[in-house]
Design a binder for this molecule. Structure first.
Ligand SMILES: Cc1cc2nc3c(=O)[nH]c(=O)nc-3n(C[C@H](O)[C@H](O)[C@H](O)COP(=O)(O)O)c2cc1C
Length: 184
């Protein structure tokens, strides 16, 4: 089973969440992970077509995905959308922003609509809101991972509980994808 994580991260904070999500995927027996940085330019469309699940991750810029992530979305039209090459693949989303709220919902809704247009099956976050900054899902979202970074470097922020939330989602995606593929 292959889970790809397609991401952008202008300053490295969202990348930390991507690394945590990848660790979560790898906790599931038989699950492999492929990281695709949209800023690298050459999108490996064949790898994505061969993936069983794709997790989308972008910082929240101006209340939505970053411009580079949006470019990836638009670029998928020819090689993917026209053929519905991602139909019935599992999808999920991760975002991170400077403010605690920061209009992150706009980013996750953009990703969810994108996944729906590709015929994908969206997996949200089945975690009650954390009641302190040390608990997972401290931002309290259900549609996907919502994390918050301040101006500190990526080694410091997003904080551990946000990284654990991303790891949790990665594991959940791999587990559910395995069940989905097995028809259970
Ligand atoms: C162009 C731009 C737009 C931003 N817009 C928002 C925003 O709408 N809401 C918010 O809370 N933070 C916003 N931020 C802050 C980033 O979301 C925050 O710094 C985040 O940690 C960046 O993640 P990255 O290092 O993965 O790029 C913005 C930052 C930039 C550069």
């Amino acid at each position: 089973m292959l889970v790809s994580i397609v991401f952008d991260s202008g300053y490295g904070h969202t990348r930390k969440l991507v690394e945590s999500a990848a660790d979560g995927v790898k906790e599931v027996a038989g699950a492999e992970v492929s990281l695709v940085a949209v800023a690298d330019g050459n999108i490996p469309w064949e790898t994505l077509a061969a993936s069983d699940a794709i997790i989308f991750a972008s910082p929240t810029y101006n209340g939505s995905v970053s411009a580079k992530f949006k470019q990836f979305m638009e670029d998928s039209t020819g090689p993917v959308w026209m053929k519905q090459a991602w139909k019935n693949k599992v999808a999920a989303g991760i975002t991170n922003s400077g403010a605690m709220h920061g209009d992150k919902m706009g980013t996750l809704i953009t990703m969810t609509l994108f996944a729906a247009q590709h015929g994908m099956v969206w997996v949200g976050l089945d975690l009650f809101p954390g009641r302190s900054s040390t608990e997972m899902n401290r931002v309290g979202g259900w549609l996907g991972v919502m994390a918050q970074s301040d101006d500190a470097p990526p080694e410091v922020t997003p904080i551990e509980s946000d990284r654990q939330t991303a790891s949790y989602l990665g594991k959940r995606v791999a587990e559910l994808t395995r069940q989905f593929k097995a028809g259970v």
